[in-house]
Write a protein that binds this ligand. Structure first.
Ligand code: ADP
Ligand code: MG
Length: 257
């Protein structure tokens, strides 16, 4: 069983506190949804877990299976099985999707088999109803918002992570693509039982991917946690009421990095 534990994490960017004393533990087989107003640090949280050096960790630690990974570089975290499907996936010219995935797999799997890789890639491209050319194009080069999101899910299937972070994977998807992506994530979940941390604004994604835990984030930390029924509460009352009922406030004061 795998566990990702975030302990008292305080994170800054440009001397501004973004995450403050943040705590969360996610384990294999659990689906956690993080919701909350814009600009509260949800994407920052996912990027910090992945090891993005833009963000400075001032305090606290991140553990994967009791190993302290707080200072570990991104590529090592990826090899240990952490995966981030980004809110705004980057475009990388000159490296094709297929090359990228093949290189990533080779670096972590000594028993890499080219034939099975190609077969699996073709199958997943079909399942996700992606254009087959896309695997030979530069990563996300000229892809629409929805195609980029599908491409993130394709990477997840091929890389087979244990800890899956999905940041607004539903944004930019039309209703049909949302269903394909939602069901595709659930298929992966049923097969591999990873830990999933999902950032979303909408119930519509959670109709497909059913969370065990829902957390509302505001001002850099979790202000309320509950089960899936919390989503209905948010839709009915909005974040404001949930925010007001919590006493947390993030200091606006800048601190020195
Ligand atoms: P959310 O995903 O909850 O909408 P983010 O984590 O993207 O929020 O951003 C939280 C806050 O941190 C915002 O005020 C945002 O402008 C700021 N922020 C995030 N990344 C950077 C960055 N690289 N440089 C400057 N400010 C940033
Ligand atoms: Mg975000």
């Amino acid at each position: 069983m795998d566990s990702l534990k975030i302990e008292n994490l305080t994170v800054t960017v440009n001397n501004k506190i973004i995450l403050k004393d943040f705590n969360l533990e996610i384990k294999s087989g659990e689906i956690h949804a993080i919701m909350g107003p814009n600009g509260t640090g949800k994407s920052t949280l996912t990027k910090v877990i992945m090891g993005d050096p833009t963000y400075k960790i001032k305090k606290g630690k991140i553990f994967l299976n009791n190993q302290d990974i707080t200072k570990m570089p991104v590529d090592q975290r990826a090899r240990l099985g952490i995966f981030l499907g980004m809110q705004l996936p980057y475009e990388i010219e000159g490296v094709s999707n297929a090359d990228f995935l093949r290189t990533a797999l080779r670096s972590k799997d000594e028993n890499f088999k080219l034939y099975s890789f190609i077969k699996e890639l073709d199958q997943k491209v079909k399942d996700l109803k992606m254009n087959p050319d896309m695997i030979h194009r530069g990563i996300n080069e000229g892809f629409s918002g929805g195609e980029r999101k599908k491409n993130e899910i394709l990477q997840m299937h091929i890389l087979k992570p244990k800890i899956v972070l999905l940041d607004e994977i539903d944004s930019g998807l039309d209703v049909d693509s949302l269903k394909i992506v939602g069901n595709s994530v659930m298929d992966y979940y049923k097969e591999k039982k990873p830990a999933i941390l999902l950032v979303t604004h909408y119930q519509r994604l959670l109709d497909y991917i059913k969370p065990d835990f829902v957390h509302v984030m505001d001002c850099g930390h979790i202000v309320k946690s509950g089960d899936a029924s919390l989503v209905k509460e948010i839709e009915k009352f909005g974040y404001d009421k949930i925010k007001k009922s919590s006493e947390t406030k993030l200091e606006e004061t800048k601190i020195n990095e």
